[in-house]
Design a protein. Structure first.
Lengths: 259, 261
């Protein structure tokens, strides 16, 4: 069966800084894949390469068997219609209300009448546990946790078959993090979507992942079922998932890779 | 010697690179703007932001400039008994030069900075990336409406600035310098030609384009968090102000050649 995403030998560097150094990864249709790794390990860059927001230097990325690295802007725009994304800082548009954020794609890309789009937006807001009274507020008027829920509602508004989450719980307190984790799980299951979550939070990784891959120094150093990660014998993975300050992962990693 | 030449070469290459990037940015915004969908609500919002919200600052600048112009012209002209020419000097100065340039510089400070800051913040908080993932072209949605509004609204602001500036000169001339209102007005309209106003409006449209382009370009390409947005805002205001002054000279030279008897 063709995987949803097939990434082969992907490289990306910014100036002298190597970020991705031959990433190989397959994400199967309908699975929830979580990529873990320390800060600056290239997780977000990999996600942006999959979205076409950053062009990789070499290698290949296939989505449903089609090469996406050389696609035109129009092809990328069409491909992204089936992908919902929750960004690290929510990335809600400040100049419009909460419901307009949720309905943005419905109104601007699908040209749905505003009243119909608003109905769907309110429905999605309810699905992530937000009351209709929030809908007319501006994103700046709601808390960080609520913003993250709005971002999730926006991502699922058009019922996409692929969902990407970039550090979905960063900056949230443990209670809100648990709420977001549960919502992600529910949304992914309800849509039957293929999900890719980027995080360094092991709690969310264990909670939502079918499979986990660890990115270190621009390469996938371990990939396997979520329930096997605790027993894996890779010392880098063990140090990371147990949050140990000593081990093979050195804090100077970034400086070394620049050189 | 080699070091000096390589420095000059580097600066020249950097200049060419920046010009190329700016040109591509502009052409991309135009090409994207010509293709549907059209974001009319965004254009209307920018009309309001650039046009209506800039009225107080442009109006006040024009009013006091007209008033000062009347006083200074009187000081100079009274030395060779030419006080009667004040009305024509004020109307010519305001419509041909001070109206468009001062309105341009004030709008560059107000709107150019706001555009760079807003778009720059959207860039560093991933809102522009979010636009792309929501199947919306950011250049079409953010840049084209601002370019259209800049080119359209600046001439309208300059018409207002011209009227208020001339009115400021009238107030000082009548109530401070003791001119006869009827003869002052007669002289104002007698010496003003349509070409004076249109040359100012042509300049205004070009300045509006420069302000929007520089604000959007620097905001769109900002990076590095709050510091990057701050730098983008500074570059937008400084570059648009300098370009307005340079372009003003070029346009004045061209229009001067055309307007010669």
């Amino acid at each position: 069966m063709t995987p949803k995403f097939a990434i082969k030998n992907l490289h990306k560097r910014f100036g002298h800084k190597k970020v991705l150094e031959g990433v190989d990864l397959e994400i199967k249709t309908g699975e929830s894949m979580v990529i873990i790794g320390g800060s600056g390990s290239g997780k977000s860059v990999l996600l942006k390469c999959l979205l076409g927001l950053i062009k990789a230097d070499s290698g290949s990325i296939e989505m449903d068997g089609k090469q996406i690295l050389k696609e035109s802007n129009a092809q990328n725009e069409a491909r992204l219609r089936d992908i919902g994304v929750v960004f690290q800082g929510s990335a809600l548009f400040d100049s419009i209300s909460v419901w307009e954020n949720v309905a943005f794609r419905l109104i601007h890309a699908q040209h749905m009448p505003k009243n119909k789009a608003k109905e769907i937006a309110l429905e999605k807001l309810a699905a992530v546990g937000l009351s209709p009274s929030v809908a007319e507020l501006s994103p700046a008027e709601i808390s960080g946790g609520m913003q993250r829920r709005v971002a999730l509602a926006r991502a699922i508004a058009t019922q996409p078959h692929v969902l990407f989450f970039d550090e979905p719980t960063s900056g949230l307190d443990p209670i809100f993090s648990s709420v977001i984790n549960d919502l992600i799980l529910t949304c992914v299951k309800d849509l039957g979507a293929t999900a890719l979550t980027i995080t360094h939070d092991m709690k969310i990784a264990r909670h939502v992942a079918d499979r986990i891959a660890m990115l270190y120094e621009g390469k996938i150093i371990w990939c396997g079922p979520a329930d096997k990660i605790e027993r894996c014998d890779n010392p880098y993975v063990q140090q990371f998932i147990n949050g140990l300050s000593t081990g093979p992962i050195e804090l100077e990693t970034e400086i070394k890779r620049v050189a | 010697m080699v070091w000096a030449l390589s420095s000059i070469g580097r600066i020249f290459l950097e200049f060419l690179g920046s010009t190329g990037r700016l040109s591509l940015f502009f052409f991309n915004a135009i090409v994207q703007g010509l293709r549907p969908p059209y974001y009319l609500h965004q254009v209307m919002r920018q009309f309001f932001e650039i046009g209506y919200l800039s009225l107080p600052v442009v109006g006040l600048t024009a009013l006091f400039t007209g008033m000062v112009l009347a006083l200074q012209s009187y000081t100079g002209f009274s030395r060779f008994n030419a006080e009667g020419a004040i009305a024509s000097v004020i109307v010519l100065s305001m419509t041909r030069e001070l109206g468009p340039v001062l309105a341009g510089l004030m709008v560059a400070g107000r709107i150019g900075a706001a555009m760079a800051a807003e778009i720059g913040t959207m860039r560093v908080t991933e809102q522009i990336d979010a636009l792309v993932t929501l199947s919306t072209n950011p250049q079409k949605y953010l840049i084209t409406p601002r370019l259209i509004a800049g080119v359209t609204m600046l001439p309208l602001l300059v018409i207002v600035a011209d009227i208020i500036g001339v009115f400021g000169g009238y107030i000082v001339s009548i109530y401070r310098l003791g001119f006869n209102p009827a003869s002052y007005l007669k002289q104002t309209f007698e010496f003003m030609e349509m070409g004076d106003v249109t040359s100012g409006l042509i300049k205004a449209a070009v300045f509006g384009f420069i302000i929007s382009l520089m604000g959007c370009y620097h905001g769109f390409n900002s990076k590095g968090g709050a510091e990057g947005v701050g730098k983008a805002t500074t570059y937008a205001v400084v570059s648009s102000s300098i370009l307005i002054l340079i372009t003003n000279f070029i346009l004045t030279s061209l229009l001067f050649e055309q307007g010669k008897p």
